[in-house]
Write a protein that binds this ligand. Sequence first.
Ligand SMILES: *[C@@H]1O[C@H](CO)[C@@H](O)[C@H](O)[C@H]1NC(C)=O
Ligand SMILES: *[C@@H]1O[C@H](CO)[C@@H](O)[C@H](O)[C@H]1NC(C)=O
Ligand SMILES: *[C@@H]1O[C@H](CO)[C@@H](O)[C@H](O)[C@H]1NC(C)=O
Ligand SMILES: CC(=O)N[C@H]1CO[C@H](CO)[C@@H](O)[C@@H]1O
Length: 391
Amino acid sequence: MFQLRATILAILASSSLAMGHSCVSGNCIALTQSYYPPGADCWEYKVPVTVTSENLVFDFPDWTDDYALEDFLALVTTRASAGYPSPVVGTKNETASYTIAASFCTPKVGSKKTVILATHGIGQPRSHWNSAYKPDEYNFVQYAINNGYSVWFYDRLGTGESEKVSGFTNQLRVQKAILVELAKLVKSGKFTGSFGKPDKLVVMGFSFGSFITHFAVAENPTIADAAVLTGISYNTSAINANGLVRSFVPRIASLQNPRLFGTLDPGYLTWVDVFSQINTYFKYPFYDIPTSSYCEEYKQPFGIGEFLTITDGDFDASGFTGAALAIAGKNDYIVCDGECEGVYEEPARTIWKNAKFTPYLHPNASHNFNFHRNATGAYEVITSFLKTNGL
Ligand SMILES: *[C@@H]1O[C@H](CO)[C@@H](O)[C@H](O)[C@H]1NC(C)=O
Ligand SMILES: *[C@@H]1O[C@H](CO)[C@@H](O)[C@H](O)[C@H]1NC(C)=O
Ligand SMILES: *[C@@H]1O[C@H](CO)[C@@H](O)[C@H](O)[C@H]1NC(C)=O
Ligand SMILES: CC(=O)N[C@H]1CO[C@H](CO)[C@@H](O)[C@@H]1O
């Protein structure tokens, strides 16, 4: 009996090692993410950050039902918007503290000293990088780990297990300030388990997370050695903003799914159904239906303030002299209105004029290429880019 108990304890101990650790100020708790790559040691953290930013002050008609939301969306996306007051009424300097939920994974063997700090987009939270579904096909963290890279990935403010704020005030500027703070913490070797200080830091994003990452690096060129921007484009003439809002078909998240989103205020929206996500994020026939269902099941809402501030910043990144990769699905619906060929190089090269800049169009995929069939093809482009640039 005693022997059996000891054996069970030993198995539990070794399996918890295999799954990694989760420690908050020295106290270790159960891991929250449903999957971690088997070749990695992983840790979870609740990271306190205090940031100051000059934020946009909005004046939305603070809707509480979908009728009022639809009226607002119809007004701002049609000819009727002429004369409609801008929802931005000023700016305000604000200092605030938040708790950010994060994971850090490093290869069990053969680790380089480069850490990739990843910021997800609108849709999946940090699991965007760490798919529990068919990880061999979709999991970026696992692919990076197998190539010797360590990955630090977090739930953005208002998503997943990070602190929640109002969807009427959450916005890019706050999240940019948070990313700058996180980059400093990771570079100084905080919240990196037994890995310590990285030699090199790569900041990486997807979609809204790429715009956050872009502006963070453009304004603070020394926070990272390289930038990898997925699901981004800089040619705003190829963005069809009204068409996008219409095909997102937003609904108040807490009303759509009270069980999952009931604690979020009505400033948090989500697309109406899986087909609306497919319309905007996927390209037929280059994805599998169960994969798009997985993405729908694990989606997170977005704040209206985030949606309206996706491109809120000065794009000029001429102060950055490291390596930068901008990569999008060739058929990206969101940032290229369905076809990136011919509009991807400019103004991207001008914006990154002093960087070692690579633009890349990944074939047979729309916006969310991490969940299309050939995702690992794109991951190979990303890790090769890093290797080529000595990272
Ligand atoms: C916010 O602070 C910056 C830096 O101190 C200052 O330049 C700016 O005018 C301030 N903005 C507002 C709205 O007070
Ligand atoms: C967008 O791409 C087109 C085609 O290359 C180009 O003519 C246009 O100048 C680009 N827009 C900007 C803002 O650079
Ligand atoms: C898979 O992705 C890679 C990298 O973008 C590309 O070179 C290759 O042609 C793609 N294969 C298919 C079948 O789309
Ligand atoms: C099956 C299919 O349509 N594959 C396409 C993938 O992308 C390449 C490059 O654009 C095309 O040549 C293939 O036809």
